[in-house]
Design a protein around this ligand. Structure first.
Ligand code: ARG
Length: 584
């Protein structure tokens, strides 16, 4: 469907031309003074300069033409030269009825179907998930859903950190604890056990213990380093342990991500990029991009236009070891082979920006990706506690994801039980659903790049700009529709009331919002929009006796309007990655 703003602009353009004024001035915008009008055009002011006349004169001429419009009403010229107007109620109602008939409420996906890889999650195997991983998962999942909704071919890849020093640390610590295991018997030549020599809880305890030791004991650290190298060189017993670590951790990660409503299409990791590293080094060599610097092999990436120093990208350490950048470059080769993506989006902490700048530049310089491939870094800010410092638990540690979710579900549960309308069991289930909305909306409603304060009290409140408020609104609409007793295909009637029209006007902007969310990869635009929708609905609800309306046609029209409201809210929260319960 055409956007309302485009329909209006076309009409304005014609009016400008009729008045012999260049139609490039006919720009329409949503009014920034909703108390005065719904839409406005400020073009007369700019035109006045070119035509050397008073803006109000131009505005008045245009207004004269627009007086006959079918779509606009109350068109007025206001000093010094604004053109203010409202929309005809019939026009708005017709538009809303068209939207209701369309599966995407009038949104038309971008013309080009792109192939897009979204690299998000990024958990490190065998290390606890921390709040940074939470942000990556929550934001990336939403971006992935938004791009799928736009009908691109999207692949979400968790890109696990599964190839680093943590593996060596675990192997060495395991050897100290259980030296009798066959993996540590150099003369052993049989098959390795199918069963992992540890459970996930043991693994969770082994890693921090080993990591602590390596900080105090350089010898231990060196052993871990050697074990990591051996693993990466393919030493069979260590590969076998590594596979156990992976299997046990991934099972746990799947559960964790599942609880967050986060699903990946691909479970690749840094280790999958490893086989591509020799090819990468050869390519860089062939293109004469690689040179030695202090024993390491690096690629220069500084460009003339840079205003600050961009250090060379290190791809190989003096001992031959690969680095984070090497692995990301090799992964790009792999992705190119597998998907030829038009776009690769990385959702990671914004402190990794330099890393990605370097990687992207090397990838372009070396022709690993084509000139037109978009490499996008979507860096997010830090989640802070109420004290404004990076979020910690009460005892000062980094909060584990599971506990974080438990805490927020608990807060929501207490709120639900305050109302005491549902059984304890139902309250628990509902609390999980609502808690997730609190967590995700609390994160997504901020522009991703900004730091934000994690405030359980505020996020789980049923009032204000929160996930639970949005869900509460959906549930309220569901219950009205249920009481009405049936679905209706009745037409939404032209609105005679302020808040009813207001609701329609907000709904009519759905496709504008989605378009921006797609272009800017910005879930927070969806949050801002559904908050407006929820507010507009609740105002309408307070002004209107929906079910008590005696005029059946009018009542059915109301039901159609709130059904569309509900459908739009539900679609929107699905793009954010959560859902609404039946009751709350
Ligand atoms: N594992 C990394 C971390 O925990 C994040 C990975 C981000 N993705 C990437 N392709 N580098 O910081």
């Amino acid at each position: 469907m055409k956007r309302i703003i485009d329909i209006l602009t076309e009409e304005l353009k014609e009016a400008f031309e009729q008045c012999d004024i260049d139609s490039k001035f006919a720009k329409v915008s949503v009014s920034n003074r909703p108390d005065l009008c719904e839409y406005q055009c400020n073009g007369a002011m700019a035109a006045a300069k070119q035509y050397k006349t008073a803006p109000i004169k131009i505005a008045e001429k245009i207004v004269d033409v627009l007086k006959n419009s079918n779509n606009m009403k109350d068109v007025t010229a206001v000093m010094p030269g604004f053109i203010n107007f409202n929309l005809n109620s019939d026009f708005v109602a017709d538009y809303i009825n068209e939207m209701a008939k369309d599966a995407k409420f009038g949104y038309e996906p971008s013309e080009k179907n792109k192939s897009i890889v979204v690299d998000y999650g990024g958990a490190n195997v065998a290390k606890p998930l921390h709040v940074g991983h939470l942000r990556s998962a929550v934001i990336g999942e939403s971006i992935k859903r938004i791009l799928k909704y736009d009908e691109n071919t999207v692949i979400g890849d968790v890109h696990l950190g599964d190839w680093g020093l943590q593996m060596g640390l675990i192997i060495v610590e395991l050897k100290e604890r259980k030296p009798e295991l066959v993996y540590f018997d150099e003369n052993y030549s049989g098959e390795y056990p199918k069963e992992a020599p540890f459970t996930i809880s043991e693994l969770e305890e082994i890693y921090p213990c080993a990591s602590g030791k390596s900080k105090e004991n350089p010898e231990f650290k060196e052993m871990a380093h050697q074990a990591t190298l051996k693993l990466q060189q393919g030493y069979a017993p260590y590969r076998a342990i590594w596979e156990h670590i992976l299997k046990v951790s991934i099972e746990d990660l799947k559960k964790n991500y599942g609880n967050l409503n986060v699903e990946f299409d691909l479970w690749k990791g840094e280790s999958d990029a490893d086989p591509y590293i020799p090819g990468l080094i050869k390519l860089l060599n062939d293109k004469s991009l690689l040179h030695e610097s202090q024993g390491a092999m690096v690629v220069d990436v500084m460009e003339e236009t840079d205003s600050k120093e961009i250090p060379p990208c290190i791809v190989q350490k003096s001992d031959g070891a690969a680095l984070y950048a090497t692995s990301d470059l090799a992964t790009l080769i792999q992705r190119e082979e597998d998907y030829k993506p038009d776009m690769v989006i990385y959702v990671a902490d914004k402190r990794q920006e330099m890393h990605f700048t370097q990687v992207f530049r090397v990838a372009k310089k070396a022709g690993i990706v084509g000139e037109n491939t978009e490499l996008v870094f979507n860096g997010f800010g830090t989640m802070n506690g109420k004290d404004g410092k990076p979020f910690k638990t009460r005892d000062g540690g980094v909060m584990r994801l599971e506990n974080l979710i438990k805490e927020i579900d608990g807060a929501v549960y207490n709120k639900i039980m305050e109302n005491r309308t549902v059984s304890e069991e139902e309250a628990k289930k509902t609390a999980d659903i609502v808690g997730l909305s609190a967590l995700k909306y609390g994160d997504l409603s901020n522009q991703a790049a900004k730091d934000y304060i994690f405030d359980i009290e505020r996020f789980s409140s049923f009032e204000g700009n929160t996930g639970p408020y949005i869900l509460y609104t959906i549930v309220r609409i569901k219950s009205i529709i249920e009481k009405y007793g049936r679905e209706t295909e009745a037409k939404v009637l032209p609105a005679d009331k302020g808040s009813e029209k207001e609701l329609m006007l907000v709904l009519s902007k759905y496709q504008d919002m989605i378009k921006t969310a797609v272009e800017e990869l910005a879930p927070h635009k969806i949050c801002a929009y559904i908050y407006d929708v929820a507010n507009a609905f609740n105002k309408f609800y307070h002004d209107t006796k929906i079910l008590a309306e005696e005029d059946e046609e009018k009542k059915a029209g109301y039901i159609s309007l709130i059904t569309l409201t509900k459908n739009i809210l539900e679609q929107s929260i699905d793009l954010l990655g959560f859902e609404a319960p039946e009751r709350m």
